[in-house]
Design a protein around this ligand. Structure first.
Ligand code: Z5A
Ligand code: MG
Length: 219
């Protein structure tokens, strides 16, 4: 019989286009788990608090220019500097919920024209999410939610190119790690409706914990 101590926390990633509601849903999920007395931690990517994160923040706000390859590597480096803490928390039974991850990194850089294989490489062997929820929203609904912000990438043309690349990223995840690792979830409806839809998908994995070692991305 598998004792509960052999089970680790689940690593759950939220991805999706701009304004589909990732941060809203991630916050609500962490609050729900806190209320239930379940140990959970939110990890935002980019993590703008680190030294590398501050460089990324300046780039996103167009306060700094950067070569496309260089900023791609910085986004990946920003994940690597958080990787050991994610692994440690999972092993200690803490559920880690990430707001964006390597898949955003690949989709945005590939949308700018960098070779797909180059984009995959720097995140190789990062902790593998147990599940990635890809929130989907028809562009017409997204445009009603709120105006685009002022950050780089927040235009219709870029978001359209990024959506296409997310499709290729999804195929790659399914091919290398199995169909269950990437799940599309409709982000249409009220915040509460989307929250319940997400909870239905995650409840078992979170409350039961996960068996087995933490995988490595693309390996
Ligand atoms: N980027 C990259 O290039 N490479 C990388 O490796 C990584 C990221 C990790 C910053 O990301 C940029 O970095 C991003 C990708 C790139 N560029 N773009 N685009 P970020 O995560 O910091 O971006 P953000 O500023 O948090 O925005 P967001 O993530 O795009 O939005 P969101 O989190 O998905 O949506 P939200 O903030 O939860 O909701 C948006 C609005 O809709 C808000 O007013 C909500 O109250 C409202 N909302 C939410 N849900 C609903 C429902 N159900 N109904 C109605 N209204 C709703
Ligand atoms: Mg967000």
């Amino acid at each position: 019989t598998s004792s509960s101590s052999s089970r680790r926390g689940a690593f759950i990633v939220f991805e999706g286009l701009d304004r589909c509601g990732k941060s809203t849903q991630v916050d609500r999920l962490v609050q729900r788990l806190d209320r239930d007395g379940h140990k959970a931690r939110l990890q935002k990517f980019p993590d703008r608090t680190t030294a590398i994160g501050k460089m990324i923040d300046a780039y996103l706000q167009s306060k700094a220019e950067m070569d496309d390859h260089a900023i791609h590597l910085l986004f990946a480096a920003n994940r690597w500097e958080c990787a050991a803490a994610i692994r440690r928390d999972l092993e200690n039974g803490i559920t880690v919920i990430a707001d964006r991850y390597a898949f955003s990194g690949i989709a945005f850089s590939a949308a700018k024209g960098l070779p797909f294989e180059f984009c995959l490489q720097p995140d190789t062997a990062l902790p593998l999410p147990d599940i990635t929820l890809y929130l989907t929203l028809p562009p017409a609904v997204a445009s009603q939610r709120s105006a685009f912000g002022v950050e780089r990438y927040e235009t219709v043309a870029i978001q359209t190119a990024v959506r296409e690349q997310f499709g290729l990223v999804a195929n790659e995840v399914k091919k290398r790690h199995g169909d269950g690792k990437w799940v599309e979830v409709s982000a249409e409806g009220s915040i509460e409706e989307v929250e319940e839809r997400i909870w239905g998908l995650l409840e078992g994995m979170i409350s039961g914990g996960v068996d087995g070692r933490i995988g490595e991305l693309w390996v």
